[in-house]
Write a protein that binds this ligand. Structure first.
Ligand code: SAH
Length: 241
C-alpha cells in the first residue's frame, strides 16, 4: 500500500491516503493536512510515505494510515473543547493532529475554548522530542504557547491527573500509542461519560495484539470491543538510565 500512498508533499500524502480509502473523514483529512509529517520524522526524506519510522528509544512514529484509523475511531469525542490524553505521544504527530480537531483554527472555541490535549510519555527525551517537533511550525508554537497542548512525563498505565491534580476533570478521549497487557482500570476511571479509549492490548493467550475500544456512555455504562490485529511497541516500565 505504501507505494500507492506516498507523495512528494504532505498534502499529496494525505490526498493519496484519502483516495486509497485509508482516510474516510473529511475532518480527519483536513486536520492531517495541517500537520506537516516532515516535522515529526527523524528522516524527513521518507516523511511522505505511508510507513512507520524509528524515532529512537525503541519507539516509532506510526504509519499515517494507523494515525488516521485511531483519529477516526475517536472522532465522535474529538470536538472543539474536548479534553484528550495521548499516551505514548512519541514523535508528537498524533497529539498535533488531535489538537487541530479540538481547536479548529479561527473558531471561537480556538480562542476561548477550554479544550486540552496532553501528550504523555514515560521517557523524558521523547516528551521533549514531541514538544520540539510541534514547535517547528508556527501553529504548533501557538497551541503550545496558549497551553492548549502540553507534553508531560509519567506512566501512561496510570493515565494523567496532572502534577497537582489539575487535570482530574478526566478525558473525553484517550489514545494509547503502545500495546498494554490489560485494559488498565485507571484509564477507564479517568474517562468521561460519554467518552472513548482507543488502545492496543496484548492477547492474554499470546495471540498477538488487538486494538480495543472502551466506550463509556452518558449513563456511565462501559462497553469493551475488540477490533483488528496490530503491532505496536509495548506499554512498559520506563527504562533505567
Ligand atoms: N504515537 C506515537 C507512538 C510512539 S511509539 C507516534 O506515532 O509517534 C510508543 C510510545 O509509547 C513510545 O514513545 C514509548 O516511549 C511510549 N511508552 C511506552 N510505555 C509507556 C508508558 N508506560 N507510559 C507512557 N509512555 C509509554
Amino acid at each position: 500500500m505504501a507505494w500507492r500512498c506516498s507523495g512528494n508533499s504532505n498534502s499529496e500524502l494525505i490526498e493519496n491516503l484519502f483516495k486509497a480509502d485509508l482516510i474516510h473523514s473529511p475532518l480527519v483529512k483536513a486536520a492531517m493536512m495541517k500537520v506537516d509529517r516532515a516535522h515529526y520524522c527523524p528522516d524527513p526524506s521518507y516523511a511522505y510515505e505511508d510507513s512507520p519510522q524509528s524515532i529512537g528509544h525503541a519507539a516509532t512514529i506510526s504509519a499515517p494510515h494507523m494515525h488516521a484509523h485511531a483519529t477516526e475511531s475517536l472522532l465522535p469525542h474529538l470536538k472543539p473543547g474536548s479534553r484528550v490524553l495521548d499516551i505514548g505521544s512519541g514523535s508528537g504527530y498524533l497529539t498535533a493532529v488531535i489538537a487541530e480537531l479540538v481547536h479548529p483554527q479561527g473558531s471561537i472555541e480556538d480562542r476561548e475554548g477550554n479544550g486540552k490535549v496532553v501528550g504523555l510519555e514515560h521517557i523524558k527525551a521523547l516528551r521533549d522530542l514531541g514538544e520540539g517537533n510541534m514547535k517547528k511550525g508556527e501553529r504548533g508554537r501557538e497551541l503550545l504557547g496558549n497551553a492548549k497542548v502540553s507534553f508531560v512525563v509519567g506512566d501512561g498505565r496510570k493515565g494523567w491527573v496532572g502534577e497537582k491534580g489539575e487535570e482530574k476533570e478526566g478525558w473525553d478521549a484517550i489514545h494509547v500509542g503502545a500495546a498494554a497487557v490489560e485494559l488498565h482500570q485507571e484509564l477507564i476511571d479517568q474517562l468521561r461519560s460519554p467518552g472513548r479509549i482507543f488502545i492496543p492490548v496484548e492477547d492474554e493467550r499470546g495471540g498477538g495484539q488487538y486494538i480495543w475500544t472502551v466506550d463509556k456512555d452518558e449513563n456511565g455504562v462501559v462497553t469493551k470491543k475488540r477490533l483488528y490485529g496490530v503491532r505496536y511497541v509495548p506499554l512498559t516500565d520506563a527504562p533505567h538510565a
